[in-house]
Design a protein. Structure first.
Length: 301
């Protein structure tokens, strides 16, 4: 009997000693011998390592008498917390900076995000995209159809451009090939240095279009140009038909109208050309009036 008692005492001592070897107290904190704590595992790989068989392993931090779950770290109190509204909140200095709501919407500065990414702030609010591999490498892409599906393709994207001499711009790229290729793309428009280029990467005016324009109406300001009503003034010098005929024979175009070669070389400025054509129509009207007077005079004889 005495032998059994001694054996039992020896086993109990070994168990107690092993527990002391595994766990100790330090200022009221419990620590494993390698300073890692394991729940569900006797070989923790991190400061806190949780293994739960059969389902997800959860960590819950909750204030007493509250539905709010908090985690703060450091003197500045950077933390993550949640509310009964099923939102996960990220904050610094004990204030909210970002929120993910139960719809999967992310709000930065917004406590009620209305879209997948909602930015809100006092004054000007900006979104910064920056690449470490050089200017022109940053873009915003738009994709169609479910991710990973066989029909997934990229209808369009916007990318930054480097036009040299610290002149940047934005290029708008669309899939203009009619192909289901994910990478097939055509640059449709570019904004650079306050100018808009359509089908051109180097606009030389506020709007440069390489192609046709279809519009219901075009309004052009005179902006200092003078409508040719001066043709009807009494002091206007109207060339005689004989002088005009001689000019046409020598130059093969009307006076004050560019030649075909000049139009081919320099293009046609619509405002200037329309005003010149109106001037010629008004001159032609004066010629007709003069001819009508002569005819009436001859008929009266």
């Amino acid at each position: 009997m005495k032998t059994k008692f001694l054996l039992f005492g020896f086993i109990a001592c070994l168990t107690f000693c092993n527990a002391i070897a595994q766990w100790g107290t330090n200022g009221g904190n419990i620590a494993h011998t390698n300073r890692n704590v394991g729940i569900g595992t006797n070989n923790p790989q991190q400061e806190l390592h949780i293994i739960k068989n059969g389902s997800n392993a959860d960590l819950r931090l909750q204030r007493r008498y509250s539905t709010q779950t908090d985690f703060f770290s450091g003197s500045n109190k950077a933390g993550i917390w949640s509310y009964g509204t099923k939102s996960l909140v990220f904050g610094t200095v004990a204030k909210e900076d970002m929120r993910i709501n139960w719809l999967g919407n992310i709000g930065i500065g917004s406590t009620n995000p209305k879209s997948k990414l909602h930015l809100y702030g006092a004054g000007a609010t900006s979104l910064r995209l920056q690449s470490s591999s050089g200017f022109g490498s940053t873009n915003i892409q738009f994709w169609s159809d479910p991710q990973g599906s066989t029909n997934e393709w990229r209808p369009a994207y916007i990318k930054s451009t480097d036009n040299g001499n610290f002149t940047g711009g934005l290029a708008f790229i669309t899939n203009g090939t009619g192909s289901a290729s994910k990478t097939g793309s055509v640059e449709t428009m570019r904004l650079v240095n306050g100018r808009v280029g359509i089908k051109t990467t180097n606009p030389d005016a506020e709007l440069t279009v390489r192609g046709r324009i279809h519009a219901q109406e075009v309004l052009v300001d005179l902006n200092g140009a003078v409508a040719p009503d001066y043709v009807f003034e009494s002091n206007y010098h109207l060339r005689s038909l004989a002088v005009t005929e001689k000019y046409i024979q020598n130059n093969k175009h009307l006076p004050e109208i560019p030649s075909a070669a000049e139009m081919e070389r320099n293009g046609v400025e619509l405002k200037a050309m329309n005003l010149k054509l109106l001037q010629k129509i008004e001159e032609l009207t004066l010629y007709i009036i003069e001819q009508d007077k002569r005819i009436s005079k001859l008929e009266s004889k």
